[in-house]
Design a protein around this ligand. Structure first.
Ligand code: NAP
Length: 304
């Protein structure tokens, strides 16, 4: 029986683990893939306080994991398939075993949204990618397209210019959503080219991607753009389906919490990108994780 079971090993989950293990609560973190979450797939993080020169995403997350383990957090690698509440306990079914815990912190994050156009699934891993850090190096001296106009699209497009000879940012409006500092840097990058008021209709190719069909949203006219890679950064959707019967969600599926990370289910807390919030960053995820762990501790003290 664990005091705290944390689901998800990104910044929110690992920080919840640091706080709960340090508070001497018997704590377990369950992660289905690699620890570190989306932050570990970000090449470089410039805005995490304390690292004045910036820090690599993988390095920051490796350090967080080491810190959590130092305080005694147990980490298992498994996929959680179901969670149910029985009286004051939560029963967590993973693909390997059944875990019983008195509280649960859901820190399952969010996953990249799909464009849902022809060719996207067919060419996934063969030119279509949602992770420039993972796949960018395959496109040395090639032309690639990035879809989206937010921070992620602009930041990752700039990263891709390290490899690709030309990077097209295809955005559906005439103005970026990304913060001004990123916009300014992007405009100064000679390898970047913007294609405004356009959406991708189809991703084309034979064995691998050879181009995209784009549509001008003002005129409806379509044209073909030859590229060998398509990186899609059009936002994220929450990984909340595990708890959709247990807690209240908003219309987009994000978990609703109060300021202390309580969900509508007593004993179950949420932290990080999976919850409804206004700013999704490593710094807000770690804050959520710390608050969730302290709230879990208070809940345990009140329900002994
Ligand atoms: P985002 O801010 O939601 O931006 C998504 C972009 O994709 C928008 O430009 C949107 O267009 C476009 N889009 C959405 N659906 C589309 C569709 N079906 N077809 C074409 N375009 C579509 O998402 P994000 O850039 O992934 O960022 C997510 C969060 O992480 C944000 O809070 C962001 O600030 C944060 N983040 C921060 C950093 C950083 O601080 N360095 C880096 C990465 C991410 P519209 O603009 O027209 O809506």
């Amino acid at each position: 029986m664990y005091d705290v079971a944390i689901i998800g090993g990104g910044p929110a989950g690992l920080t919840a683990g640091i706080y709960s293990a340090r508070a001497k609560l018997k704590s377990l973190l369950i992660e289905r893939g690699m620890t570190g979450g989306l932050a570990a797939t970000t090449e470089f993080i410039e805005n995490y306080p304390g690292f004045s020169e910036g820090i690599g995403g993988p390095e920051l997350m490796t350090r967080m994991e080491a810190q959590a383990r130092r305080f005694g957090l147990e980490i298992v690698n498994s996929n959680v398939e179901a969670i149910r509440k029985e009286n004051l306990h939560f029963i967590i079914n993973t693909e390997d075993t059944e875990i019983v815990a008195r509280t649960v912190i859901v820190a399952t994050g969010a996953q990249p949204q799909r464009l849902q156009v022809r060719g996207e699934e067919t060419f996934y891993g063969r030119g279509v990618s949602y992770c420039a850090t993972c796949d960018g190096a395959f496109f040395k001296d090639k032309h690639v397209a990035v879809v989206g106009g937010g921070d992620a699209a602009v930041e990752e497009a700039m990263f891709l210019t390290k490899f690709a000879s030309r990077v097209f940012i295809i955005h559906r409006r005439g103005e970026l959503r990304a913060t001004r500092i990123l916009q300014e840097r992007a405009r100064q990058n000679p390898r970047l080219q913007f294609i405004w008021y356009s959406v991708v209709d189809e991703i084309m190719g034979r064995e691998t991607v050879s181009g995209v069909r784009i549509k001008d949203v003002r005129t409806g006219q379509t044209s073909e753009l030859p590229v060998e890679g398509v990186f899609i950064y059009i936002g994220y959707s929450p990984n909340s389906s595990l708890v959709k019967e247990l807690v209240k969600l908003d219309e987009q599926g994000y978990i609703l919490t109060d300021a202390n990370m309580h969900t509508s289910c007593p004993g179950l807390f949420a932290a990080g990108d999976v919850r409804q919030k206004s700013l999704r960053q490593v710094v807000t995820a770690v804050a959520d994780g710390a608050i969730a762990a302290v709230s879990a501790e208070k809940y345990l003290n009140q329900n002994r």
